[in-house]
Design a protein around this ligand. Sequence first.
Ligand code: ADP
Ligand code: MG
Length: 290
Amino acid sequence: MTGTAMLEITDLTHAFGGGHPALGDISLTVGEGELVSIVGPSGCGKSTLLRCVAGLIRPTGGSVVLHGAPVDAVPDGLAVVFQDYSRSLFPWLSVRDNVALPLRRTQPSRAQRRATALDSLGTVGLTGTAQKYPWQLSGGMQQRVAIARALACDPVLLLMDEPFGSVDAQTREDLEDLILAVRRDRQMTILMVTHDIDESVYVSDRVIVLTPGPARVRAELRIDLPAPRDQIATKELPAFVRLRTEVSRLVRGQPGDAGGPGSAGGTDRSEPGDDSRDRNRSRAARASQE
Ligand code: ADP
Ligand code: MG
């Protein structure tokens, strides 16, 4: 952890109406200035967890504390980037006005809001697109606009839910590097959900692996790869390959290598029997489909 814990999630549980449990019992912390990724099988509860942190869902149990204050509504100083940029930008507003819109609450002056929006668009490399409309831009550029909008309010905590899931591979790498640059320049704290294991290892200080739903923390891995990270050089490192293999194994429910010779340095939080329970569950799921 880079600094003191800014986000503390303790014994968090959530069941949607009708009792469907989405979160088991989740405890984790994110330190000031840290970039933490959450990975886990599809449907395990990653988005639900992020929505609880954002104050968009009131959890059934446990607590989310941001900077010492319980989160029970959308907190100030928090911004969220979702996967689906096409639904999160308003097509009738220019790029600049999309970015400026959420500032209405904090910046009364229209000129000031527009200046902040232009500054934020510059940060994501979109100077010159301010007068355009979102639909005139590529998918990757639209997602940059969504990131610019999140950055414009200068959040202390940036939450991202599969933010690069809808763009092509090359654009995805560019956006990963953009996030690393923004994080370095603004010393921001970021909690990101991704299903891309390479991405989680490449961008993070720490990766948290969740179990199949209802989600619990299966393992935490510290990612001690050197900075600055580079899409080619970093991914060639034996340490990168070892870490991505370990995360991949953990996501698939196979025991991690934590603590063993050549270990990638993870902390496996599985309780004895977790893996056999998971195997039994998937056997039962397969049987019910047959
Ligand atoms: P992930 O993001 O890991 O794919 P989600 O957090 O979206 O998973 O969903 C976790 C579980 O909760 C899934 O079984 C999903 O069907 C269920 N779920 C998500 N949102 C709702 C909702 N609004 N009402 C009922 N069930 C939901
Ligand atoms: Mg999701």
